[in-house]
Design a protein around this ligand. Sequence first.
Ligand SMILES: [Zn+2]
Length: 258
Amino acid sequence: MTMSEWRAQRNRQALARLTKALPENFPGPALVHALNRPFTPPMPRLAVDSYWRAHPIRADRLARSMAARSGAPDGWTWRLHSSHADGLASSFRSPPAPYREPQFSRGPGYCCVCGQPVYRLGWHLDLWDKGANRNAGWHTACVIAWRLWNAPSDHAALLRRLQGRRCAETGRRLWKTAEVDHRVPLFRVWQEHRNTDWPALLAYWGVPNLQMINREAHAAKCADEAGYRGRRRVEAHVSGGGPALRQSRPPGGTSLGE
Ligand SMILES: [Zn+2]
């Protein structure tokens, strides 16, 4: 059996399984996508996964627009974790996700990324009129968006295509070694934009803030950013941060605790 015969046979079997398991009102775009795969996904759930994996930009946009429908929960602000039990992220590199925090979770059937109800197959619309699926805690689209936000370098090929293979800093051709970069670096998001409303904040992790730049341009940008952070630290000292307080203690004065 040749490779193509083997594949055709495998796809016939997969299509038979998929057709049998397909619920009524299966999302049209996901079905079209499934039938155009080199390997037909044999289950509806896999067809939906495959659809969103192939469309991370759409998933990013959808996750943010659903989050906009939820808005931030009352009393929530973006904070980093102070103990292991608080459910907060430990770094400003992680996108803020209020509905993942135990205190603000909306419970079973709601997505922990965007806060909206999750329906059958992890879909974001109730095509079946059955209400939220209480076994689900993520939209399939939001899983893909979450991965993009946390590991954008996995999407380098896509970002390259979006930019017509030109370096976003220099406009020159992108080299193989080009790297994914946040236009507004995440440390600045934390320092300067942390009071931006959620979920507008999420755009800093999404495609709107991602770019591919050549390695040398990236190194230069990082050096600039390091200089900027250094200046910020000096300013913080001058304006009376922790270390400045220690320096202002009178010479020969008592140490803490005496
Ligand atoms: Zn969601």
